[in-house]
Design a protein around this ligand. Structure first.
Ligand SMILES: Cc1cc2nc3c(=O)[nH]c(=O)nc-3n(C[C@H](O)[C@H](O)[C@H](O)COP(=O)(O)OP(=O)(O)OC[C@H]3O[C@@H](n4cnc5c(N)ncnc54)[C@H](O)[C@@H]3O)c2cc1C
Length: 379
């Protein structure tokens, strides 16, 4: 029987799932067709954006990789890349609506995978921001602003805020004013206190000024500088303001009943959309685990196995994913230092630096689009 698996979103999870299905399931299900829907022709290795926003650190070709050539060796009977954005789905008719150029196309699926990830409300180039051209132009614009800025304010004490402040401090701590605004008394509040303490110490060594215990309440960027009002009523200004908090799932095209109150796609432990047999999800868009690549990777591999079970007529082999209960986070602080937590253990700077700090895993990006690996795991 012809089986059409439509995957919405060609990020880490979407590309990984597509390759795994084509590699392992297609030989068993000859009439399998995978359609990968993506608004961007290129994958963006966004976990390196924390360093990539600094001019001259990475070539564009280290960060952006064309997706379609990685699938060229599959027959067009089995794979199609559709350049467009999903604007809606109708599970009652098994349909996805996709805007392709100025047309809206309707695609019918036997199984649908939602892997549209998440992004910052401000649409900063820390994730894709539309087409490849939109993302690369936004990145170049920010790089040039970073080069010219004398002052940069970052809001958000999570890993992305800390890593960005660390990169900026490492490169420009003695020539630009770098400020990090955090709500609590130390960064990385969801990790062990000593991890946040180390992060603060290392950032301050790089001359990053940490403003503690305050939130940004309003932003005015109508003048030369961006003016930021804080929860104590005071106002500070900078040439660049980077609000790196409040990641939201890219789920606005989904019917409301499929989402939780934060807009996450509600998934059961088999990674099926709650209440639907043939709609699945993986990665940041879902509500299963924290929004981290290591979990998106694991979910994509698990989902491909579950789809394999269903598509080959072995639904009894569909397995439940056991969500990770403890943090597994490596946070770089500039090119030489880092901190983190693995389960309950604080990770030494040396380990973070050796595993991640030197390259931010950019050497893995060509393997992702070619179907060899996601990040740590092979496909
Ligand atoms: C700056 C930064 C650094 C990070 N560093 C780390 C790290 O070091 N370690 C870690 O574990 N995690 C890290 N993360 C988190 C990590 O990036 C995410 O967990 C990961 O990208 C999730 O993968 P995904 O495939 O679910 O989504 P994404 O990689 O976001 O991919 C989703 C894709 O869906 C597409 N899409 C969106 N809407 C639509 C639509 N309507 N139709 C079709 N396609 C659509 C987008 O174009 C995008 O390409 C970082 C995040 C950021 C922002």
């Amino acid at each position: 029987m012809a089986e059409t698996v439509v995957i919405i979103g060609a990020g880490y999870a979407g590309i990984g799932t597509a390759h795994k299905l084509l590699k392992y399931t297609k030989p068993k299900v000859k009439q399998l067709k995978v359609i990968l829907v993506s608004p961007t022709t290129h994958h963006y290795w966004n976990i390196a954006a924390v360093r990539g926003i600094l001019p001259g650190e990475f070539a564009d070709s280290d960060l952006f990789h064309p997706i379609e050539p990685g699938f060229e060796h599959y027959s067009t009977n089995n794979f199609e890349f559709m350049l467009g954005a999903a604007t809606g789905i109708d599970p009652t008719t098994n349909s996805v609506y996709v805007t392709v150029a100025t047309d809206i196309k309707t695609i019918t699926y036997t199984h649908l995978v939602i892997a549209t990830g998440s992004s910052y409300p401000g649409r900063l180039p820390f994730t894709t921001v539309g087409t490849y051209e939109d993302s690369i132009n936004a990145l170049h614009y920010l790089q040039s602003n970073v080069r010219n800025a004398k002052s940069i304010i970052i809001a958000g004490g999570g890993p992305t805020g800390v890593e960005t402040a660390g990169e900026l401090g490492y490169a420009y701590g003695d020539s630009k004013q770098i400020t990090l605004i955090i709500e609590g008394d130390k960064p990385l509040p969801f990790l062990r206190p000593e991890v946040g303490k180390t992060a603060a110490l290392e950032l301050e060594r790089l001359q990053v000024k940490i403003v503690r215990g305050l939130r940004v309440t309003s932003v005015d960027d109508t003048g030369d500088k961006t003016s930021i009002t804080l929860s104590d009523g005071k106002t500070i200004a900078a040439d660049i303001y980077l609000p790196l908090y409040g990641m939201r799932p890219n789920s606005s095209f989904l019917p409301g009943q499929l989402m939780d109150d934060r807009g996450n796609l509600k998934l059961d432990r088999t990674l099926r959309a709650t209440g639907l047999k043939n709609v699945w999800g993986a990665g940041d868009v879902g509500n299963v685990e924290a929004k981290q690549l290591i979990y998106a990777e694991r979910q994509a591999l698990h989902l491909a196995d579950n789809l394999d079970a269903v598509l080959t007529g072995n639904p009894e082999n569909v397995k439940k994913l056991k969500p990770t209960a403890t943090p597994q986070v490596f946070v770089t602080i500039g090119k030489k230092k880092g901190t983190g937590q693995y389960n309950w253990i604080k990770v030494p700077s040396l380990v973070v630096n050796a595993a991640k700090g030197k390259t931010l895993f950019t050497e893995k990006a060509s393997g992702l689009v070619a179907g060899r690996n996601i990040v740590r795991s092979s496909i």
